[in-house]
Design a protein around this ligand. Structure first.
Ligand code: RB5
Length: 152
């Protein structure tokens, strides 16, 4: 029953490889269908390569949600937010994770493997997946993001 599972694409660099693996296990245990685009070890890589892979898939609508990890989460969020239709939120606490869904309809969650621990990261993922977008005035606000490219 693959089509009934929430599909999610994840990726990290070496700095957050361990956290990605732990969150991957948590997502699978929670019944999700997880696509892991790498990295697959702690050998040094460039975070942009993995940020691009995940963001491309979310931007194209192949996956509704993605999760990215790097050391701080900063580089991955900078990469992800360059893609059309991607709204990536860097979260190191529960309030940001909830609000990134309620007000920003974030479709990529970004976390820093050198910033937060496993248990907090799991809680952030849980609330981020459970919290709905409020729509209304917030939809009108995020609609303006799509017009940015036309202004360039
Ligand atoms: C890698 O050392 C580190 O720069 C990367 O994981 C990330 O924190 C970049 O923003």
């Amino acid at each position: 029953m693959r089509e009934n599972k929430t599909q999610i694409v994840i990726g990290s660099d070496h700095a957050a490889y361990q956290l990605k693996e732990k969150i991957k296990a948590y997502l699978i245990e929670s019944g999700m269908d997880v696509k892991d685009v790498g990295t697959y070890s702690e050998d040094s890589v460039d975070y942009a390569d993995f940020g691009i892979k995940v963001s491309k898939m979310v931007s194209a609508g192949e996956y509704e949600r993605g999760i990215l990890f790097c050391g701080t989460g900063l580089g991955m969020s900078m990469v992800a937010n360059k893609f059309p239709h991607v709204r990536a939120g860097l979260c190191s606490g529960l309030f940001s994770a909830i609000m990134s869904r309620r007000h920003n309809d974030s479709n990529i969650l970004v976390m820093g493997g050198r910033v937060i621990g496993e248990e907090l990261a799991k809680e952030i993922v849980r609330v981020w997946l459970e919290t709905p977008f409020e729509g209304g005035r917030h939809q009108l606000r995020i609609d303006k993001f799509d017009r940015i490219e036309e202004m360039m």
